[in-house]
Design a protein around this ligand. Structure first.
Ligand code: FES
Length: 258
């Protein structure tokens, strides 16, 4: 049974319009956290809004936890308004994160929009591999410098503004694979992007691990709000819970609706 923990806010930085980085004191007794897992965060103490919000882990330091949040509704607005010294109640870490092998393979990390956040901790864990990072934004990139501190192989695609590539991140991904293939693609972002990454993986014969951004309520597998389809072992498909069995699935197993 997961227990919730109160964490003290150390910093709150605005990274871009409606994008905030909240740095929290990481309790020493917090269980091991893996890239791709998330915390279910209570927006306000004992009240309104009541439902917790799932927020991916962006980065970990020995004694600090970084979360990057897009302010888009009442809940995330309350979380993003926290000031140093305030407390946030975290339930987690929850879900299954990315799988990282010890093999020295070629990997491509793809993050789209707020889906770039969990890829930062993942990229830190991939330094024994030949890693390339592709970040995609509609406009105004963020977190790019943080990625560049880990690897020089970072490219930015921006749909409406300056960047290394003008257009969709998935078009950049295809171009990069045509130049040099890879063994594995890790991706997080909106469903439309993940679906395309999955198709690219199938087309070029590259394995994929996809972190889904589903709506959640309980976050612990009880309410089924976050159900998604995966292939059944024999034939057909069945529903699983993104919060419990995911949020990371392989491209071979997850089924996106047409
Ligand atoms: Fe309730 Fe996943 S959010 S089962």
């Amino acid at each position: 049974m997961k227990t919730s923990i109160d964490c003290i806010v150390l910093e709150n930085q605005m990274l871009s319009e409606d994008i905030y980085r909240i740095i929290l004191e990481k309790p020493i007794d917090m269980e091991k956290v893996h890239a791709g897992q998330f915390f279910h965060i209570q927006p306000a103490e004992g009240g309104d809004p009541f439902i917790r919000r799932p927020i991916s882990i962006c980065a970990l330091e020995q004694d600090k936890l970084h979360l990057v949040i897009r302010k888009e509704g009442k809940g995330t607005q309350a979380i993003c308004s926290k000031k140093p010294g305030d407390k946030l109640n975290l339930l987690g870490p929850l879900g299954n994160g990315f799988t990282v092998s010890n093999e020295k393979e070629k990997v491509i990390v793809v993050g789209g929009g707020i889906g770039t956040a969990p890829m930062l901790e993942l990229t830190k864990n991939l330094q024994h591999k030949d890693v390339k990072v592709l970040l995609g934004y509609r406009k105004d990139p963020y977190l790019v410098e943080d990625f560049c501190k880990i690897t020089p192989n970072v490219q930015v695609a921006v749909e409406e503004g300056p960047g290394d590539y003008r257009g969709f991140i998935t078009d950049l991904l295809e171009k990069e694979i045509q130049k040099e293939s890879a063994d594995l693609i890790y991706a997080c972002g909106p469903e439309i992007m993940l679906k395309k990454v999955q198709q690219i993986g199938f087309h070029f014969g590259i394995k994929t691990q996809l972190a889904l951004e589903e709506r959640m309520a309980c976050g612990i597998g009880a309410c089924l709000v976050c159900s998604c389809k995966v292939k059944a072992q024999e034939n057909g498909w069945h529903f699983v819970r993104t919060c419990k069995e995911g949020p990371v699935f392989t491209g071979e197993e997850v089924i996106f609706d047409a």
